[in-house]
Design a binder for this molecule. Structure first.
Ligand code: HEM
Length: 127
């Protein structure tokens, strides 16, 4: 996705804000910069899938920072859905059902760990 990071970012935020308008007011800054950060972070996650000892603590700290950005636990499901929709729109048939299932599994596992770290008093729900 790196070569198309600007398109991924633009489309992702358009989809996210339409699918879950509660997310829009949280993004006050430069949305282009944010889109590139998103793709960089996704790259970091993919590169470290085999290295959970590094990935998990980084994801947990990231999740705790997200509480101070005003992010709620239910918004993780919206982000996951907007991400898959954007990949499907951009990649078309190159984004296979197997790819989609793999993304859902990675994002579901990661976001469950992030939610558990950031909102420890709420019960576990896989998104
Ligand atoms: C796997 C899930 C997610 C990843 C990998 C991720 C990644 C990031 C990264 C790398 C940043 C830059 C700032 C930092 O490092 O603290 C950031 C900021 C931010 N993220 Fe996420 N995020 C995720 C989920 C979410 C969700 C569910 C929301 C809810 C809408 C969200 C909203 C935001 C906001 C509002 C900011 C700050 C924007 C700003 O003011 O600059 N993120 N995210």
């Amino acid at each position: 996705m790196a070569p198309i990071s600007d398109q991924v970012g633009d489309l992702f935020y358009a989809n996210l804000f339409r699918m879950d308008p509660t997310t829009k007011p949280l993004f006050a800054g430069n949305i282009d910069l944010q889109g590139r950060k998103l793709v960089q972070t996704l790259g970091f996650i993919v590169d470290h899938l085999e290295d959970p000892d590094r990935l998990l603590p980084a994801a947990q700290e990231l999740a705790v920072r997200h509480v101070s950005y005003g992010v709620t636990r239910t918004q993780y499901a919206s982000v996951g859905a907007a991400l898959v929709k954007s990949l499907r729109q951009l990649l078309g048939t190159a984004f296979s059902p197997e790819d989609e299932a793999a993304w859902a599994e990675v994002y579901g596992g990661l976001s469950a760990a992030m939610i558990a770290a950031a909102y420890p008093d709420t019960s576990y729900t896989k998104v």
